[in-house]
Every structure is written in C-alpha cells, then in structure tokens.
Write a protein that binds this ligand. Structure first.
Ligand code: OGA
Ligand code: MN
Length: 209
C-alpha cells in the first residue's frame, strides 16, 4: 500500500466500512525505531497511568498497569515531530473523506512492564461525551514500537467486535490500529516482556471536559 495519498484513503475506506483499520506500513520502519529509542531515552519521565474520571481517578495497577508520557505538539524530537506530522496528515484525510470533524490529536508513549495489562474497557462510552476524562475521543490509534514480537510473548490487543469474533493484534513494531473509540471494547493482555506503544486519540471539538 505504501505511504502516499492512496494509503490515507485506504485507512479512511476501512474505517468507513468496518470502524476499524489495521496497517503495518503506515509509518516508515526507521521512524518506528527512532520513536522506540526516543521513548527509552525518556523512561525516567514516564508516570503510572490512572483510570476513572475527576475525583474518582486513581492508580489501579491490577486494572491498568502501564506508565505513560504525553507528547506535546509539535514534539520534542525529530521522531516525535515526524510522527505527529503523519497523524496530522491522517486527521486531514479523515476529515476530507469521512467528515468526522476531528480537530486535534492527543497521544502518549505507553510502556507495560512484563505481566502488566489493561482490562477490558471502552476509550469512550457511546453517547457519553464526558466519559472518564476521555473528552471528545472519536478515534483511538495505537502504534506499536516493539521489535520481533512472536505470539508466545503475549501482550496482544484484544478487540471485541460487535457481531464478530474478538480479534487479537500482536504489538509488533510498525503495526497501527485505528478504531472508533465508542464502538470497540478492548483489552491489553499481559506480556512476557516490556511492551511499548504510541497511543493516541483524534478528538471532536466542544466535547472535552
Ligand atoms: C489504551 C489502550 C491498547 C494497546 O491505552 O486505552 O487500550 O494495545 N491501549 O496498547
Ligand atoms: Mn483503550
């Protein structure tokens, strides 16, 4: 498929048809390596991720065991700037093709230590714009940054598809998963090794907390 306009259109078409899209070559391999290196160099800045909204927000490591580092636009490194620019191209293409009114993109690096996962959840509940601090999230994106990920290492993203069997996606470097945030419940299965990703959300205007 490559990375030209046809690739952007293919993502939009898949999302229009299935609400879900999985690609392995949307980002150049060199960028995946550079992002992984960038994340590793900043591990000291990562913070354990919480769950819940407002005063109910708390660390629940048995529910969600990752630590995250939010990226700030336009990015603190060449790799971050390149990744954010690529997601911006995708945002514009999706707005052009699907009229989703996506106005921004927020993302963080996430690292799950061995044994950690994230229990079954929605990134946003249907009809609930205020869900869990997930202001206006329309599309969830996960870009994996791990080299050589055989199935026995675990750590799959399990996507529960309405009316279809659940789909397991290995967190293999370069794999990009994009899905409608209020349609697909999902979980992160525990992995046998460290599991790194860049996870983000396209948001719609006027719905955040
Ligand atoms: C999340 C999430 C999935 C993954 O951060 O909300 O579900 O595969 N991540 O890392
Ligand atoms: Mn999620």
């Amino acid at each position: 498929m490559g990375r030209g306009p046809a690739a952007l259109e293919a993502v939009a078409d898949a999302l229009a048809a299935d609400g879900l899209c999985i690609r392995s070559d949307f980002f150049p391999a060199e960028l995946i390596t550079a992002l992984a290196r960038d994340a590793h160099a900043r591990f000291a800045e990562f913070q354990p991720a919480g769950t819940g909204a407002g005063p109910g927000r708390a660390l629940r490591p048995q529910v969600r065991g990752d630590s995250t580092l939010w990226l700030e636009s336009p990015g603190r490194s060449r790799a971050q700037r390149a990744a954010l620019a690529r997601f911006e191209m995708l945002r514009l293409a999706l707005n052009g093709e699907l009229h989703l009114g996506l106005f921004d993109f927020e993302c963080h690096f996430a690292v799950y230590p061995p044994g950690a996962g994230y229990r079954r959840h929605f990134d946003r509940l249907a009809g609930d714009a205020q869900f869990a601090g997930a202001g206006g999230r329309v599309l969830s994106c996960v870009l994996y940054l791990n080299r050589h990920w055989p199935p026995e290492d675990g750590g799959q993203l399990r996507l529960y598809r309405p009316g279809a069997p659940a789909l397991d996606v290995a967190p293999q470097g370069g794999t990009l998963v994009v899905f409608l945030s209020d349609r697909f419940e999902h979980e992160v299965l525990p992995a046998r090794r460290e599991r790194l990703s860049l996870t983000g959300w396209f948001r719609r205007r006027g719905q955040h907390l």
